[in-house]
Design a protein. Structure first.
Length: 277
């Protein structure tokens, strides 16, 4: 008897994009100066079908890799469970993540430059120390900002390392199973260059650059329903080696799936990944 074919399931969710009405370069202050607005970004919300990867056939799921779609789901159980000890995160968990990235990518070197914990409690305001899900479609770095990260963090070695292939990969892990606000990620192959809007990210001591995302009906978005701490999503944010058919980045955004569920808890690691000759 033939096996029943299960149709892929899509969750109809609202994603927030940069409005085409915004004509100036978008900006966002990490810490707004007194009397300055935090941002000039104008949001356009769109209802988008977000496909649950669990409902795709296995052979289709295998196509979603860092180099084809820009994102990849890997199974990896961490020794760290609560992520409440900053020292344990920056020592043990950083080391785990370095080894994971080397194993998946074949990279020769990994340098983790920061991490973000998101565990804002319900009803509390958003602050740099008390962060909730990022509810706007974006990419963490533009190519300009990705290349600059090498020089910012690895000054003496930067020129040599930049001669080889360099990536920035965001390693996104739930701390508890995700129900309230999952992470959606876009298939790079379905995005157009005009969908990417360079935006200034203004720190107190420097200016970085991210991509905001304009809506395009051709875009395809995915997520992992009820993602567990043992399921990690790798998101490519920068790729120095441009090749035909290779994904260069991954637009991503949180979305509200169940507003009554406990607030999402997650950690993301951002790492420079090197393939030295």
């Amino acid at each position: 008897m033939p096996t029943a074919v299960v149709a892929p399931t899509a969750f109809p969710a609202e994603l927030n994009f940069i409005s085409p009405a915004l004509k100036e370069k978008p900006y966002y202050y990490r810490t707004p100066p007194p009397g300055k607005p935090a941002s000039n970004i104008v949001i356009e919300s769109q209802n988008v079908p977000i496909t649950d990867l669990r409902t795709l056939p296995e052979h289709e799921r295998k196509e979603f890799t860092l180099d084809t779609t820009g994102f990849q789901v890997v199974e990896h159980v961490s020794a760290e469970k609560d992520f409440s000890d900053e020292t344990a995160i920056t020592s043990s968990y950083y080391k785990e993540t370095e080894e994971l990235l080397k194993s998946v990518t074949g990279a020769s070197r990994v340098f983790i430059f920061d991490h973000t914990l998101r565990r804002r409690r319900a009803g509390e305001p958003e602050t740099p120390e008390n962060r909730g899900p990022g509810l706007r479609a974006h990419v963490d770095q533009t190519p300009k900002a990705g290349a600059a990260r090498v020089f910012y963090h690895l000054k003496e070695e930067a020129e040599r390392l930049s001669k080889g292939r360099v990536q920035i990969i965001n390693v996104w892990r739930p701390i508890r199973p995700v129900v309230a606000a999952p992470l959606a990620y876009g298939d790079y192959r379905t995005f157009d260059e005009k969908d990417l809007v360079a935006s200034d990210l203004i720190y107190p001591d420097r200016v970085g650059e991210t991509y905001g995302i304009r809506y395009n009906a051709a875009q395809k978005w995915y997520y992992l329903k009820d993602q567990t701490p043992g399921e990690v999503v790798l998101l490519k944010c920068y790729e120095s080696e441009v090749k035909e058919g290779r994904a260069l980045l991954t637009p991503h955004s949180a979305f509200v799936a169940d507003p009554d569920a406990p607030p999402r808890q997650s950690i993301e690691i951002r790492a420079l990944v090197f393939y030295e000759q």
